[in-house]
Every structure is written in C-alpha cells, then in structure tokens.
Write a protein that binds this ligand. Structure first.
Ligand code: OAD
Length: 227
C-alpha cells in the first residue's frame, strides 16, 4: 500500500498555548489593532513606520524565551520524521517559527514569515531577526501577506490538497480565504477531513471528523493513530 499523504493546515490556535495571541479572540491581535491600518498595503503606504513597529513588536515576541513550541507542534514534527517529509506537509497561516523550532521540515508559510523581509523593488527575500529600520531602507517591507494580497505558494498547495489522503485543520477559525476553502477541495479530492480546534470553526459542517479541545492535548492524541 502507498504511504498516506497527510496535509495539515495550521492557524493561530496551534500557537496560542505557546504564548502567541490569536487574531479574533477577545484580547486577540485584531481587537487591539485596526486590520486596515496594520495588515493592508494601503495602511502601509499611509503609515509605514506604524506598520513596521507592529511587525517589529511581533518579531521581538518570537525571541521571548517563554515562547516555545508546544506538544501540538512537536507531535506534527514527530509525525513527519516517522512518515517522511514527502508524506507530511504543513501548510501554515502562521507567521511565527514554532513549527521550525519543533523540528518540522516540510512547511509552507502561505501568509509569509515574521523572520523574513522582502525588497519591494526586486522581490528578493531576506532572513531578518531584528527590527526593520524603515528610515535606513524604504524598500524593505515585512514578508507578510496582507489582506488583498495573494497568499504564497498557491499552486504547490493545491497540488498537495488534490493528492491528500488526510486533510487536518488545526487551530484556525475559518474566517480567511483561500485557507478556509481548503477543506472543500480536500473533500472533493477524496481526503478524510478532520478539524482539531478549541471550538467549532465557521467551516465545521464541512469536516468529516471534528474534535474540540486545546491543541496541546487533542493534536498529540489524534496523531497517535498514524503510529
Ligand atoms: P483566528 O484568530 O481567526 O482563529 C484562531 C482559532 O484557534 C479559533 O477558532 C480558536 O477557537 C482556536 N484556538 C484558540 N486557542 C486554541 C487552542 N489552545 N487550541 C486549539 N485551537 C485554539 O486565527 P486564524 O484562523 O489563524 O492573516 O486566522 C487566519 C488569518 O487571519 C491569519 O493568518 C491572519 C489573520 O488575519 C494574516 O495576517 C495575513
């Protein structure tokens, strides 16, 4: 039998127990900040310094020693090392580095990465683990997909979804497309679709299996079945 192809979509909920805020919870990032100001290109054009200061703050948080992968990130990394990177793909909406820190290798950051910047003129992407100084270089922007921009690696992502035996969605509310539409594609491709989340997402009814609870508990438990 061919090995199972497992495609995993992660969202902010998988990193919540690691100390990173989700977006839409009470006290979430979008409650304290106006999305149009900090997560659109128009907002960036209006006030680049404010936008850089927001992402500099988020980047700095990744260096907080208390922000570490939790057992959900580790369970996914172990799954990949057991089944092989060709059989386990993480598509993440998260811009943090906790999947990498946990040891996962096959990670697609569809919404970009806090630890990267991009030159607006050339499109070149650079590693960056410090504050971006806009005053020094006006061409450098955060390597983050803002609202109204097209997420990264979409062709590759659709290929993975079309070939998935399992599609497991973890810690995402289902508010943001195209990620919110992946379950439908995976269902059409014949995959078994699973939602692991703290509470039912907007897409709950489209999943064949739903399990609710904190990711640090339900992800390692669910992943055991592939051992
Ligand atoms: P949201 O903040 O919209 O949703 C987080 C989900 O995680 C919610 O459904 C919570 O119930 C769930 N959750 C919270 N704590 C959890 C825990 N401990 N265990 C399991 N689940 C938990 O975040 P996303 O769905 O990731 O885009 O948001 C998608 C995109 O919207 C983000 O990538 C971001 C945002 O605007 C960009 O910035 C481009």
């Amino acid at each position: 039998m061919n090995p199972l192809k497992i495609v995993i979509l992660t969202g902010a909920g998988i990193s919540a127990e690691s100390g990173l805020s989700t977006f839409r919870a009470q006290n979430g990032l979008w409650e304290g900040h106006n999305v149009d100001d900090v997560a659109t290109y128009e907002g960036y054009q209006r006030d680049p310094l404010a936008v850089h200061s927001f992402y500099n703050m988020l980047r700095k948080k990744l260096h907080d020693p208390s922000v570490q992968p939790n057992s959900a990130h580790y369970a996914l990394a172990e799954l990949e090392s057991k089944l092989g990177s060709e059989n386990v793909t993480i598509i993440t909406q998260n811009v943090d580095n906790l999947h990498e820190k946990a040891g996962s290798k096959n990670i697609i950051h569809m919404h970009g990465e806090l630890l990267k910047t991009r030159d607006e003129q050339t499109g070149e992407v650079f590693y960056c683990d410090e504050d971006i100084d806009y005053q020094k270089n006006h061409n450098i922007r955060p390597h983050i997909v803002w609202f109204g921009e097209i997420p990264l690696y979409m062709d590759e992502i659709y290929d993975h979804l079309m070939n998935a035996d399992y599609f497991i969605s973890i810690g995402t509310s289902g508010h943001v497309y195209p990620a919110a539409g992946f379950v439908q594609i995976a269902n059409q491709a014949g995959a078994k679709t699973v939602e692991l989340n703290l509470e039912p997402s907007l897409k709950q009814s489209e999943f064949q299996v739903t399990i609710y609870g904190p990711a640090s508990k339900i992800v390692p438990e669910f992943i055991k079945r592939f051992e």
